[in-house]
Design a protein around this ligand. Structure first.
Ligand SMILES: NC(=O)c1ccc[n+]([C@@H]2O[C@H](COP(=O)([O-])OP(=O)(O)OC[C@H]3O[C@@H](n4cnc5c(N)ncnc54)[C@H](O)[C@@H]3O)[C@@H](O)[C@H]2O)c1
Length: 243
């Protein structure tokens, strides 16, 4: 799909991997709706895209809140009149051991990482069906395939859910021209993994953390050249998990 003048929504687009995805799609000519629970971050990225000559719209949106998700999509459609790409990137880390994990901590991570993907996808389907075309790209995690290494069990379970959500939705929407895929990063150098021990690098055959831009490249590939790819989970993990 030629990306110039297409409209992309990137959740959690204000920082880290989401920021890199927003910038990469903008460089391809997409108009980018930067949805983030942190409006200060979303505005900063939108401004950066504007300074690069692109068009971006910052929107405050907590992906676990159905009303805010619906409002983000409404604002995006009002501004750009169409939606071509949704990148479900917003996510949070799970903390703690299972034995002591409060129910609220379980729910918090599942609500953002998995229900958020459901709510955002649901909100764009009607518009994408009307166009007869669309791309939904979910940011999963190696933890969703191999189990958590450091993050809490709620994190790996949420990402395993994202992987099966991706495959199931791909089947459901294929006949409407909507491709649904995921990228599963390993350890990527962002604020999310700041507190992880430096020794995690020893688990990575390529010997270093990933860069946010390397995840963004896979997203751009799926958006631009993924016409015949759906229900696929692309590992970008330095070889940490091979399947
Ligand atoms: N960094 C890694 O090593 C790594 C590895 C595998 C997967 N991932 C996944 O990549 C995605 C991005 O991670 P990151 O490392 O860039 O994290 P990050 O913490 O640096 O950035 C996350 C962004 O999402 C936003 N956000 C958080 N909760 C939100 C919510 N409820 N609604 C909307 N926005 C919200 C934050 O404000 C922030 O801008 C996440 O889904 C994460 O699970 C990251």
């Amino acid at each position: 799909m030629e990306l110039a003048d297409k409209v992309a929504v990137v959740t959690g687009g204000g920082r880290g991997i989401g920021k890199a995805i927003s910038l990469a799609l903008a460089k391809e000519g997409c108009h980018v709706v930067v949805g983030d629970v942190d409006m200060v971050l979303a505005k900063e990225i939108a401004q950066e895209i504007g300074e690069l000559g692109g068009q971006a719209l910052p929107v405050k949106c907590d992906v676990s809140n159905r009303g805010e998700v619906r409002e983000m999509v409404r604002i995006a459609l009002e501004k750009f009149n169409r939606l071509d790409i949704l990148v479900n990137n917003a996510g949070t880390m799970g903390v703690g051991k299972t034995e002591d994990m409060p129910e609220e901590e379980w729910d918090r991570v599942l609500d953002i990482n998995l229900k958020g993907v459901f709510l955002c996808s649901q909100a764009v389907i009607k518009s994408m069906k009307k166009n007869g075309r669309g791309r939904i790209i979910n940011i999963a995690s190696s933890a969703g395939k191999m189990g958590g290494v450091i993050a809490g069990i709620n994190y790996s379970v949420s990402k395993a859910g994202v992987i099966l959500f991706t495959i199931s939705l791909a089947k459901e929407l294929a006949s409407h021209g909507i491709n649904v895929n995921a990228v599963a990063p390993g350890f990527v150098d962002t604020a999310l993994v700041e507190s992880f021990p430096k020794s995690i690098v020893e688990k990575i055959p390529l010997g270093r953390l990933g860069r946010p831009e390397e995840i963004a490249k896979a997203v751009v590939f799926l958006a631009k050249d993924g016409d015949y790819i759906t229900g696929e989970i692309i590992d970008v993990n330095g070889g940490m998990f091979m399947d």
